[in-house]
Design a protein around this ligand. Structure first.
Ligand SMILES: [Zn+2]
Ligand SMILES: [Zn+2]
Length: 272
């Protein structure tokens, strides 16, 4: 049998970019099977993220998709229609069977991907901010600096639509990741260089606490600190050190959770 994508009606395969697949454009499977029996290309389903996360139904056949029952805990009425979806109390699980060039994933929960895409389609400013958090978690200090300078350069074509400035990016809290800021992410990933860079750029922490090597790198990269040399550097409400995540934790709380050597940041007189 030859299934086609319910969205675009093309066969469930994908032709790779010749540059990525030595020479000839190679054709690979791209077949996402939903619990209702409908097949989609990965991207074709992701393009429907907003409607699926709102209704939890298949865009083609309207079947209810979650394998758990996120709304029954609210004492769901007997109405079986999908016209009035109830707010989900627990996160839905939508188990799919996905076949692509990497093989078969028989029980892939697609809901987290759809929820993220749905959020990003209505919050475009979060895309560069989430990219920044990814660089932070990888400890890619060079990439962090480049992205920050892009944010503040007015003719950056990619990011023109974003209302976030570099300063706002430093304190941005990710609603898809527990309200964590870049500094929370850096600490969790134990990326020491990224931690120091964020403190250098976005905190009024005493200059004396920075290791000499950090200061030299920052100066070599031409990274000035706000207000350096005169008066208060960064107001407390814009200081990355004091941003709280959804659980109310500041960076200092995270350091105490991590234990030594991170606790020395709390004990080391950052702000004394
Ligand atoms: Zn398609
Ligand atoms: Zn369906």
């Amino acid at each position: 049998m030859t299934e086609i994508c319910k969205s675009c009606h093309d066969p469930l395969s994908l032709t790779l970019d010749p540059e990525e697949s030595d020479g000839e454009g190679e054709t690979v499977p791209d077949d996402l099977l939903l619990p209702c029996g409908c097949h989609y290309h990965w991207q074709c389903l992701v393009d429907e993220s907003s409607s699926i996360t709102a209704t939890l139904t298949c865009p083609f056949c309207n079947s209810y998709l979650p394998s758990n029952h996120p709304s029954t805990a609210a004492g769901a009425s007997s109405s079986s229609s999908s016209s009035a979806p109830q707010p989900a109390l627990t996160t839905p699980t939508i188990l799919t069977h996905y076949t692509n060039e990497g093989g078969v994933q028989p029980d892939l929960d697609i809901y987290p991907t759809l929820a993220e895409e749905s959020f990003l389609s209505t919050h475009p400013e979060a895309r560069p901010a989430r990219a920044f958090h990814t660089l932070v978690s990888e400890g890619d200090v060079q990439g962090m600096v480049e992205l920050l300078s892009d944010m503040d350069s007015p003719d950056s074509s990619d990011l023109e639509a974003t209302p976030l400035s570099a300063a706002q990016l430093l304190t941005w809290r990710d609603p898809l990741n527990g309200g964590r800021s870049a500094l929370h992410v850096a600490l969790k990933a134990r990326q020491e260089e990224a931690v120091w860079l964020l403190l250098w750029l976005g905190s009024g922490a005493n200059r004396e606490v920075f290791p000499d090597a950090v200061v030299q790198v920052a100066q070599a990269m031409g990274l000035p600190r706000r207000g350096e040399g005169s008066g208060p550097v960064v107001p407390v409400e814009e200081d990355v050190w004091f941003v709280r995540d959804d659980r109310g934790r500041t960076a200092g709380d995270v350091c105490l959770e991590l234990g030594p050597p991170w606790t020395r940041l709390v004990e080391g007189g950052l702000f004394s």
